[in-house]
Write a protein that binds this ligand. Structure first.
Ligand SMILES: [Fe+2]
Ligand SMILES: [Fe+2]
Length: 143
């Protein structure tokens, strides 16, 4: 079986970026759009949980922790700052696009039928990523 380590580390980083980005967006919209802010908070918690599952998978397989959690959380926050002046719908479109890529990547990884603790984790997190990917449409449908 192909070495999973780089894939686990990469996925962990993306989850930390997501945690930081959604967490920052939740703060930015806390007063203006509390309902949306709650959604972002919820997504941030999903990504944090995904990150924890991947970190556990890594330490079970390789006996070591993944480094750089705070750095990647920070990068996620920065990405939310960089989008600050964009219209909300554009932000949601970008986020949905990134999440759609995540969904495709997971589906591709699962399609080869490999069984591992990493594959178990990504199949468990897939429904959340689908929810995140669909949020742009969900938000626009009622507005
Ligand atoms: Fe995630
Ligand atoms: Fe996600």
């Amino acid at each position: 079986m192909k070495d999973l380590k780089p894939q686990i580390v990469r996925s962990f980083r993306m989850e930390m970026i997501g945690t930081g980005c959604y967490g920052e967006l939740a703060k930015q919209y806390g007063k203006r759009l509390p309902e949306l802010s709650e959604k972002f908070r919820n997504f941030s918690e999903h990504e944090r949980t995904h990150g924890k599952l991947l970190a556990k998978c890594h330490s079970d397989l390789y006996g070591s922790d993944i480094q750089g959690e705070h750095f990647w959380l920070f990068i996620g926050k920065v990405s939310a700052f960089l989008q600050y002046f964009l219209p909300l719908k554009v932000k949601l479109k970008i986020l949905s696009g990134v999440e759609m890529l995540a969904v495709q990547e997971i589906e591709r990884a699962l399609a080869d039928g490999t069984e591992s603790s990493f594959h178990k984790v990504i199949s468990d997190i897939l429904p959340d990523e689908k929810e995140h990917a669909g949020f742009y449409d969900e938000w626009c449908a009622v507005r």
